[in-house]
Design a protein around this ligand. Structure first.
Ligand code: CDP
Length: 228
């Protein structure tokens, strides 16, 4: 049976999954294909991580971090992320920033401080949101929920390529170790752990090209639309 949604509700497609599963790339392409807005929620956690370094707030100081996050001056424009009016799009992609993001993301007050900011991205004609808890916590009423997976080796290889392309140095053994650690921390935390929503569709991208993954998501979404 097809899920029904009230006509006034802006559609959301959530794409969650572990680190380097390809969700960011797939989400951006699905959004472009459908003409939808895009929320890269990981970028918010990365910006918060960067701010915590700049303002010297320890990764375990949950309440102080939540206050910092609540006050963050962030803008996203044409694919660029700004912190306090300065473009930090490249800086936030560093592995060290991702690891710190994962460390501060364990705190429930930090996550709570980001909820309204994330929901504000839901605008007509629709939104594609990628992250860890988009389908479980932020947009539980999403029209389509996708959980992307891929083997840890496939993900490490992708992340390696991505980092080298962005001009960062990378080492495969370190990446594999970091990915496993990050998977473990993201899945085991009490607050919004990484897990597929009960109603999510699973998509293993280990053996798929990006285009095939995008096509599958678009096809699932189209299948939900009432026939004209
Ligand atoms: O690119 P990658 O998948 O490694 O990470 P990301 O999506 O940019 O997110 C960085 C970190 O933020 C993740 O390791 C998560 O711990 C955290 N995060 C989260 O907790 N919830 C989200 N919705 C998005 C990211």
């Amino acid at each position: 049976m097809k899920p029904t949604r009230p006509f006034h509700q802006t559609p959301v497609i959530t794409i969650d999954g572990p680190t380097a599963s390809g969700k960011g790339t797939v989400a951006a392409l699905v959004a472009a294909h459908l003409g939808f807005h895009l929320l890269d929620s990981g970028a918010l956690y990365r910006l918060a991580a960067l701010a915590s370094v700049r303002y010297d707030v320890a990764p375990d100081a949950a309440d102080e971090l939540a206050k910092l996050v609540g006050d963050l001056h962030i803008t996203f424009r044409e694919g660029l992320a700004q912190l306090d009016g300065v473009d930090v799009s490249t800086e936030i992609r560093a592995e060290a920033v991702g690891n710190r993001a994962s460390a501060i993301a364990v705190h429930a007050p930090v996550r709570a401080a980001l909820v309204a900011r994330q929901r504000a991205f839901r605008k007509e004609p629709g939104l594609v949101a990628d992250g860890r808890d988009m389908g479980t916590v932020i947009f539980p009423d999403a029209a389509l929920k996708v959980f992307l997976t891929a083997s840890v080796e496939a993900r490490a290889a992708r992340r390696y390529k991505q980092l080298i392309q962005k001009g960062f140095s990378a080492n495969m053994d370190d990446l594999l170790r970091d990915l496993r650690e990050r998977d473990e921390r993201d899945s085991m935390r009490a607050a919004a752990p990484l897990k597929p929503a009960a109603d999510a569709k699973l998509l293993d991208t280990s053996a798929l090209t990006i285009d095939q993954a995008v096509e599958q998501v678009v096809q699932w979404y189209r299948a939900l639309q009432p026939r004209a």
